[in-house]
Design a protein around this ligand. Structure first.
Ligand code: COA
Length: 284
């Protein structure tokens, strides 16, 4: 838990199952139930919604990194608190619990206005695939263990797990791992493009921080539009994408607080002080 100093902030940042550390623009958001391998319980799901809500408007967070405490990223949905106990709930209660879960694991994460990186430090099972795939980028430890374990105990990868996985990897890999429940390591996750990169665990945090720093050099307003558009246009036709991207571009330029498009062009065409193909324009 962070202790930012003001009483309002302390109240806002007081969570039982999630820890946040701010460090030089990075908000390290740690799923923090190490004794349960960071299983996603209804409390954690509700708290993660509040966390995303708070970080969206917190200037200390330029890039959000999602990771897990201890030796686990997350062991997936909490089999006791999310499944067994909720089995006894009323249909409306079930709906509310599922709604919290889906709200942060994909809806809010996928539309989060700042860059997000999943840093998969260890175990990553079942329900954990939804937030993993909903982060913009992902880096894992070579030593991490992934698995769509649902088939091993006779359920299907719901909670949008099967969808998240199938959207990322090839149809052959999606089918193979969903049907066999076999585990795979970080290097395999990278080879099948479930994550961007896999590195030895000893280098995981530094590599993730370096990527976050690279993202922080970009114009944040335009970066938000780029990540949003890149995700949305996957399901559009060429016609729709053309129309959408021109409209999105116009809306982005006209609302960009630092007017990056004009600055970039001035620095290239008038001042001849930089090459857009090689580095960022000069931001003040
Ligand atoms: N839901 C609820 N509790 C879980 C959990 C989950 N998904 N994953 C782990 N836990 C709990 C265990 O019940 C245990 O609790 P206890 O100490 O009260 O008995 C504790 O976390 C430690 O887990 P344990 O199994 O003893 O650790 P391990 O190092 O031997 O194995 C895993 C780690 C992740 C391989 C193993 O816990 C596991 O297979 N978890 C389930 C993974 C899964 O299939 N998730 C998909 C859910 S959709």
């Amino acid at each position: 838990m962070v202790n930012p100093g003001s009483s309002t902030a302390e109240r806002l940042y007081s969570w039982q199952t999630v820890k946040i550390d701010f460090d030089d623009g990075i908000a390290w958001v740690t799923l923090n139930r190490p004794d349960k391998k960071n299983a996603l319980s209804p409390t954690l799901n509700r708290e993660m919604l509040q966390v995303l809500d708070a970080l969206e408007v917190d200037d200390r967070c330029k890039v959000l990194v999602l990771t897990g405490a201890g030796e686990s990223f997350s062991s997936g949905m909490d089999l006791k608190e999310y499944f067994k106990e909720v089995d006894k709930a009323t249909p409306v209660e079930v709906m509310r619990v599922r709604r919290d879960s889906m709200a942060w694991q994909w809806r809010r994460l996928q539309t989060f206005p700042k860059p997000t990186i999943a840093m998969v430090n260890g175990w990553c099972f079942g329900g954990a695939f939804t937030p993993l795939c909903s982060c913009d980028l992902a880096i894992c430890a070579d030593e991490a263990t992934f698995g769509l374990s649902e088939i091993n105990w006779g359920i299907i990868p719901a909670g949008n797990v099967a969808k998240a996985f199938a959207d990322k990897v090839s149809p052959a890999d999606a089918m193979y791992y969903a049907m066999t429940g076999e585990t795979f390591d970080g290097k395999r996750a990278s080879a099948m493009r479930l994550v961007n990169e896999s590195v030895p665990r000893a280098q995981l945090r530094e590599r993730t921080a370096a990527l976050a720093r690279k993202l922080m050099e970009k114009n944040p307003h335009v970066l938000w539009a780029v990540k949003d558009a890149t995700r949305r246009l996957r399901s559009m036709s060429w016609d729709e994408a053309e129309e959408y991207l021109y409209a999105k571009a116009q809306a982005t330029y006209s609302t960009d607080p630092e007017q990056g498009r004009k600055k970039g062009m001035d620095q290239f065409l008038e001042e001849k002080s930089y090459r857009p193909g090689l580095k960022n324009y000069r931001r003040e």
